[in-house]
Each structure stands twice: as C-alpha cells, then as structure tokens.
Design a protein around this ligand. Sequence first.
Ligand SMILES: NC(=O)c1ccc[n+]([C@@H]2O[C@H](COP(=O)([O-])OP(=O)(O)OC[C@H]3O[C@@H](n4cnc5c(N)ncnc54)[C@H](O)[C@@H]3O)[C@@H](O)[C@H]2O)c1
Length: 142
Amino acid sequence: MHKAGDILRSKGNEVWSIGPEEMIIDALRIMAEKRIGALLVLNEGKIVGIVSERDYARKVALEERSSRTSKVREIMSTRVLCARPEQTVNECLALMTDKRARHLPIVDHKKVIGVVSIGDLVKSIIADQQHEIEQLQYYITH
Ligand SMILES: NC(=O)c1ccc[n+]([C@@H]2O[C@H](COP(=O)([O-])OP(=O)(O)OC[C@H]3O[C@@H](n4cnc5c(N)ncnc54)[C@H](O)[C@@H]3O)[C@@H](O)[C@H]2O)c1
C-alpha cells in the first residue's frame, strides 16, 4: 500500500498558499492559474487555515460578499486536517472522507512538505488496482 510520502515523491512538494490578510480575489486568481481547488493559508510559515472553491461558493457567492474587498481569513476554514508522510493512502482517504476534506497537508517534523488531494489518492488506488489486475492476468496466462 502506497503512503502519502510516495504520492508527494511523484507529484512534487509544491505547496500553493496565501496569507490570511490577502484578498479573496487573489486566492481565486492563484487557484485558477495553478488549476487547483484549494490553498493553504499560512502565517509566518504556520498553517492557520485552508481556503477552497467551496468556501468561495458558500461564503462569498451565496452571501453576496465581494471577493475584492473581503479577506481570505473571513472565509477560510480554520480546522485543518493534516497527515504524516508515512500514513497510507487508505488512512488518508478514511480521514478525508470522515472529516469531509478534499485536501490534506502533509506535515513532517512540524513542516508542511506537500499537499495531497482526494484526486491524488483515487489516482494512486486506481494505479494499484491496475497493477494487481495485470499480475493476476499474467498468473492466469503463464
Ligand atoms: N490525472 C491526474 O494526474 C490527476 C491527479 C489529481 C487530480 N486529478 C483530477 O482533478 C480533479 C480535481 O482534483 P483534486 O481532487 O485532485 O483537486 P485539485 O484540483 O485541487 O488538485 C489538482 C492537483 O493539484 C494539487 N494541489 C491542489 N491544491 C494544492 C495546493 N494548495 N498546493 C499544492 N498542490 C495542490 C493536488 O494535490 C492535485 O495533484 C478530479 O477530476 C481528479 O480526478 C487528476
């Protein structure tokens, strides 16, 4: 079973983030530019929240706030679920399903070393299953 650290080795250790005092429009610009659905909110290197497209939809669009005059801290989620690199893909998926999170910062020795999304986990599970199917096909035909 692959671990969160294996996923980061293949996708990279990039962490896209924004500060809590930045404007929501700037968060949206970064998400659009990087083609991602969430940003970590960091203050002096520490995780203080996470802001997602869902936060935008529910707390800006629906509540008729302005993304140009409202700050990230006003809509970010402050309870951020994190995992360690040695946790398995299944453990990460269970955590995310249980807490209804789509993005999981991976933390090693109190330092954020990457982000794993629900899409990354599903991709890893599909690759594992494909590998297993190929091994079984080989077993049957040889
Ligand atoms: N083909 C692939 O390699 C692949 C990988 C991941 C997701 N997807 C697809 O993209 C869609 C949505 O994806 P999602 O659930 O992964 O969410 P997403 O669109 O937010 O994430 C897309 C990718 O960006 C990365 N990412 C997101 N936010 C990040 C951040 N703040 N810092 C660093 N990296 C960040 C994720 O880990 C993921 O690899 C789904 O349809 C999924 O199937 C495809």
